[in-house]
Design a protein around this ligand. Structure first.
Ligand code: FMN
Length: 327
């Protein structure tokens, strides 16, 4: 089974399993858990290049990579080549292993501004941006994450990928959905294959990897060099290692037990409390905790009970009582 590491420019990844950037999700703590669980590369949330240059505090917090041991990619969004170039320099200084340009974000606030997925509609600008970023990166790889296209009438990932790699992008990640699909419908892996056949840099396939077998199927069907996992890893960091082992050794490890899931949920919560304080963390973590509980017996009731708690001790008690009842 072929599934060794990947080389992106000068950056060597130990395995082909990559954690996707997700706004509001892939903060420092998520990245730590993903890395521990076996992701070879993690990403920040998308970060406004302009926000960095304007010294926006919240924006800078997203780029805090201090203390992180593994490879972290910083993902930037924006549309002005010189702004993105300066932000790229800042990202490299902050410790980015690579700098990625967001060409996939579908939300109106972003695309109305000509950023995110809207960049796929202006290929010469995209090319100019990537060239400016590559020049500013001082040797660190610059990558692009894109979609299949804007909509079904405008499927142009191949053309975009050829343009940005000609401008120096060291890898491209392709999400097999159009902008107007957002996250619905099934991802089209055919477009990943088409991009792979058109460019000479590693292609990272993305979209609908929910289990280790999906990752193998994507590698086999598309010939991509790496797989990027997003929603499948929510409340489920084990998916990274299970996928890596399945690809590299052909062994399918079992998923986590109920106890393991809730222990990880509590660890995630405690790390968040340490980093952000109890009041903020307990509220922010409700989404994550719901993801960890998904599929457990009585998950809806467990989630509701957790959501009524405002303290770490309260959540710990709910989970302790739940475990006592299920075992
Ligand atoms: C909550 C959420 C936030 C996301 N934020 C980003 C982002 O900041 N940058 C980005 O390139 N993609 C973002 N995405 C898209 C994912 O990286 C990925 O392309 C998409 O979810 C498809 O992969 P999946 O089927 O494995 O989830 C986000 C997706 C979700 C669900």
């Amino acid at each position: 089974m072929s599934a060794t590491g990947i080389k992106i420019g000068g950056l060597v990844l130990a395995s082909p399993v990559v954690a996707a950037p997700m706004a509001g999700v892939t903060d420092k703590i998520f990245r730590l858990l993903a890395r521990e669980a076996g992701a070879a590369l993690t990403f920040t949330e998308m970060i406004s290049a302009k926000g960095l240059l304007y010294n926006n505090r919240a924006t800078w917090e997203l780029m805090d990579l201090r203390g992180e041991e593994g490879q972290v990619g910083v993902q930037l969004f924006g549309k002005e080549p010189q702004v993105l170039a300066k932000a790229t320099r800042l990202a490299v200084e902050a410790g980015a292993a690579l700098v990625d340009l967001n060409m996939g974000c579908p939300v109106p606030k972003i695309v109305k501004n000509g950023e995110g997925a809207a960049l796929m509609r202006d290929i010469s600008l995209a090319r100019e941006i990537v060239a400016a970023m590559v020049e500013a990166a001082g040797g660190a790889p610059v990558t692009v994450k894109m979609r299949k296209g804007w909509d079904n009438g405008e499927v142009n990932a191949v053309e975009v990928a050829v343009a940005v790699t000609a401008a120096g992008a060291a890898a491209v990640a392709v999400h097999g959905r159009t902008r107007d699909q957002y996250y619905s419908g099934r991802a089209d892996w055919g477009i990943i294959k088409a991009v792979r056949e058109a460019v000479n840099v590693p292609v990272i396939g993305n979209g609908d990897i929910w289990g280790p077998q999906d990752a193998l199927r994507m590698l086999e069907e598309t010939g991509c060099a790496g797989v990027m996992i997003g929603r499948g890893a929510l409340g489920n960091p084990w998916l990274f290692r299970r996928t890596r082992i399945y690809l590299q050794e052909g062994r399918l490890l079992p998923g986590p037990s109920v106890g393991e899931r809730l222990a990880m949920a509590l660890r995630h919560l405690r790390l968040a409390v340490e980093a952000k304080g109890e009041a903020v963390a307990v509220k922010q973590m409700r989404r994550h905790l719901a993801w960890y509980c998904k599929g457990l017996p009585g998950a809806a009731r467990l989630r509701e009970a957790i959501n009524r708690e405002d303290t770490l001790a309260g959540v710990e008690e709910i989970i302790r009582a739940y475990l006592e009842n299920v075992s």
